[in-house]
Design a protein. Structure first.
Length: 255
């Protein structure tokens, strides 16, 4: 009798443990779906804290706000362009922001209709002209075809991992030119003391080259691809109605 009671007790306990584990593994219906937003080092949209390694920036904040209504939680990820592109292809990154002409993303993503933002691309040079034609740039960036055009004109590119590295290389005299989008260049200068910033501004010439629209790019390998397409179609409609870029729609979607 005791043996039978013990056996029943053990079986009941085992059933309880199995059911408890299953319930614990099953997410609540209202739990947000986590998506990975992968960006390259492109301040102010994405920056890596050198001390903590934490990835942050307005690009992540904007995206999280935009997707609140669709119950998505945004997980930030920052890396060099080549790694971001590879992770997009593998579905390890669900979403990124880029220009539509990026060859590494061709046929691997679904772009949003309305631009996230529009970037100004400039060529920065020192006032004291020299025969040097070295250009600081970000590895993996085509710059809307400008890299190829300049290479055909005899320019030699010095590639580094991110915009801050490229700007630092140029301002410290390691290259004679810098090919950069305006936002990260201004962000870099804003981190300097006023005297240093003024001294750089006085010796740098800026040549405007072109404006480039950026878009959200949804990985076709992401398990959340279809859900994200639906979410961004709604956001696109709102942006189109208000004649805004996507990053300007936040106040109207979540006042």
């Amino acid at each position: 009798m005791l043996f039978r009671f013990t056996l029943i007790l053990l079986l009941s306990l085992n059933t309880y443990i199995v059911l408890s584990a299953q319930l614990a593994a099953k997410p609540a219906d209202n739990d947000p779906t986590t998506i990975v937003l992968g960006l390259t080092g492109f301040a102010p949209y994405s920056t890596i804290d050198e001390e903590t390694g934490q990835c942050f920036g307005s690009g992540f904040d904007i995206t999280q706000t935009l997707l609140l209504s669709d119950n998505f939680k945004v997980k930030p990820f920052c890396a060099a362009p080549a790694r971001v592109y590879r992770s997009i292809e593998e579905g390890k990154i669900d979403l990124t922001v880029n220009i539509k002409s990026t060859n590494a993303l061709k046929d691997k993503v679904s772009f949003t209709q309305i631009p996230f933002d529009k970037l100004k691309l400039n060529l920065y040079s020192k006032n004291e002209q020299s025969s040097s034609k070295t250009v600081a740039s970000i590895r993996g960036y085509d710059y809307e075809g400008q890299r190829r055009k300049m290479e055909e004109q005899g320019y030699k590119f010095v590639d580094v991992p991110n915009a801050d590295n490229a700007t630092n290389l140029f301002l410290n005299g390691r290259t004679s030119h810098l090919l950069s989008y305006e936002n990260p260049y201004i962000h870099f200068l804003n981190q300097l003391d006023s005297e240093t910033r003024t001294s750089y501004e006085q010796i740098v010439q800026i040549e405007y080259l072109t404006s480039v629209p950026t878009h959200y790019a949804i990985s076709k390998s992401s398990p959340h691809h279809d859900s994200l397409v639906v979410a961004f179609n709604r956001i696109d409609e709102k942006a189109l109605a208000d004649q805004h870029y996507i990053n300007q729609v936040i106040a109207t979607i979540h006042p």
